[in-house]
Design a protein around this ligand. Sequence first.
Ligand code: NAD
Ligand code: ZN
Length: 241
Amino acid sequence: MNSMSYEALQQMVDQSSRIVFFGGAGVSTESGIPDFRGVDGLYHQKYDYPPEEMLSHTFFVRKPEEFFRFYRDKMLPLDAKPNRAHLKLAQWEKEGKLIGIVTQNIDGLHQAAGSRKVFELHGSIHRNYCQSCGKSFSPEYIRDSRDPVPLCSCGGRIKPDVVLYEEGLDNDVVSGAVGVISKADLLIVAGTSLTVYPAAGLIRYFRGSHLVLINRDATPMDGEADLVIRDKVGEVLGSLT
Ligand code: NAD
Ligand code: ZN
């Protein structure tokens, strides 16, 4: 741990009144949810198909049983609890210092921690809709359904409201995210490999004074950050006031 960089970050946080946090799967690994590209990530585990293929729209349509086998097994961590990163961000929002969280995660842990201004670029496992009649279902329903592909009483197939590969992002969510990022004075980017587009491109809208990156592995944006911290995001944020 480099205490100098923690102090530098604390100072930026103290001076800031419009913090925005941009996060990815690495924000939830300390809650026990594996990321994709980290060392214990899903890309390093063995499946019949690579994760980005199983999480594609084509796969959902063509092989729904296999999609839901993987989805129930790996994408529905309903027992996970917010960690120190989620809790600190919720605290800053309550204190009026943080104006928004833009996340690539679909686990809902920011809201579980108490955050309200959350832009979920890739949707959420907590919303699920029948593709025929639009009825909504809980994630527990998806998990516990005995049908290999969860079905509505109308016979329609239920789809989680998550953005699969090949699908576009929701326009309102993107414009909300761009709105807060362009108003931020401090942008903290954490727990993301910054390789999934268009999400990663949104940090280009930042016009404020300090860009901070907290990530275990190097990212393509390291050279442009004012401060790079290579520790666990929960440990770093948890140590701040
Ligand atoms: P990624 O897996 O590509 O990258 C995660 C990054 O976080 C890695 O660079 C890793 O070094 C870093 N990291 C892991 N744990 C960390 C920690 N405790 N502290 C600091 N850094 C840590 O994730 P991504 O960039 O978010 O892209 C993956 C896509 O997969 C996203 O679009 C997201 O929707 C989805 N996804 C979501 C979840 C979730 O909701 N929790 C989990 C896995 C994947
Ligand atoms: Zn229905």
